[in-house]
Design a protein around this ligand. Structure first.
Ligand code: KDO
Length: 332
């Protein structure tokens, strides 16, 4: 068998009068596995396909993006550590996940601080975002590519109840994700918070293990919680974000050009999510009423003042950088 080396191929090409185009072997594509508990029809799951497609278009064959939904690859909340240990390349992580390691981040887990989606985008796309993303890069070894709007969290109850103020939630078993900042939010709302993973909410509602859960309305629809609940209480208690992130090691191994393309893809994905989710939130009250749910508006000011007071008097706020609440409030 004749062994074709690059040199023999070049020589052969010269003899045959061919242009010396010698096949080179393209580098293996960069493997990127993304893990999230999100369900397929939710916007922050769909935005991952936008990310993948955008990269496929701008850098054909350079990336091999695998999307893992429903918490099947890593359980909800374990993704940051998986990225830190080199077991995962990308995830959508929450401010609450980050606050487990950087308590200053708990400022973004506080109810009634970020005002609305536009405010959230302005905060994270500006100076404050740069500072807080920098902490995550430095202290956790995770690069946040972009902040996406997860939605405004509302209460969703299994049985109808007259809820006007936090006092009306006394004794209500409210499911929260399983970390301290989440449980604190449940308490601040006046409820009795119980930690349950996202993937178990539906059954817990169905069986009555919990009395309610809180999530943005697009998620109530996507995860079909409306099938096992009777009421939405429009508390609007947390304008929530979700952060598309990459392990620093994965990021550092990219070329400058690839980094630019990854950032552009993340931005396209974020814009897709935000646009659709914001439009959806406005339309979903009607959908949920059609499904037979009662949608009520409580005394939001009573919730706001109780929740804000709980945070300001808590140990969480002691870890917030000086002046951050005023700075966030001042962002237009
Ligand atoms: C949830 O468990 O309620 C939550 O909304 C918390 C978010 O931080 C995020 O993990 C989200 O679930 C999942 O992406 C599922 O939508």
């Amino acid at each position: 068998m004749h062994r074709f080396t690059r040199r023999t191929l070049v020589a052969l090409a010269a003899v045959l009068g061919l242009a010396t185009v010698v096949p080179t072997f393209a580098a293996d594509p960069v493997k990127i596995r993304i893990s999230t508990p999100a369900v397929e029809s939710d916007w922050h799951a769909k935005m991952l396909t936008v990310f993948k497609d955008a990269l496929e278009e701008s850098a054909p064959g350079e990336f091999d993006v695998e999307i893992h939904l429903n918490g099947t690859l890593f359980k909800q909340g374990t993704e940051p550590v998986a990225m830190q240990r080199g077991n995962l390349e990308m995830a959508m992580i929450s401010a609450q996940d980050i606050a487990n390691q950087i308590p200053a981040w708990s400022v973004f887990t506080a109810g009634y601080l970020v005002r609305d989606p536009a405010h959230q985008i302005a905060v994270f796309d500006g100076e404050i975002g740069q500072e807080f993303f920098g902490m995550v890069e430095q202290d956790m070894g995770i690069k946040i590519l972009t902040a996406a709007y997860l939605g405004t969290r509302q209460l969703n109850l299994r049985v109808e109840k007259d809820v006007q103020t936090p006092a009306d939630l006394a004794g209500v078993k409210l499911r929260m994700p399983g970390s301290d900042t989440w449980l604190f939010l449940g308490e601040a709302l006046g409820a009795n918070p119980l930690p349950v993973a996202f993937g178990e909410i539906y059954t817990a509602l169905q069986t009555g293990a919990i009395d309610g859960q809180d999530n943005p309305l697009p998620t109530v629809r996507a995860a079909k919680f409306y099938e096992v609940t009777k009421q939405i209480v429009l508390t609007g208690h947390l304008v929530d974000g979700i952060f598309l992130s990459m392990a620093n090691n994965t990021w550092a191994a990219l070329t400058d050009e690839q980094k630019e393309k990854v950032m552009a893809a993340a931005k396209a994905a974020r814009d897709f999510n935000n646009e659709n989710r914001i439009a959806d939130e406005a339309a979903l009250v009607g959908f949920l009423e059609e499904q037979g749910l009662t949608v009520t508006t409580p005394d939001v000011e009573a919730f706001r003042s109780t929740v804000q007071k709980a945070y300001l008097e808590s140990d969480w706020s002691a870890s917030w950088p000086a002046g951050i609440v005023d700075r966030i409030n001042a962002v237009e």
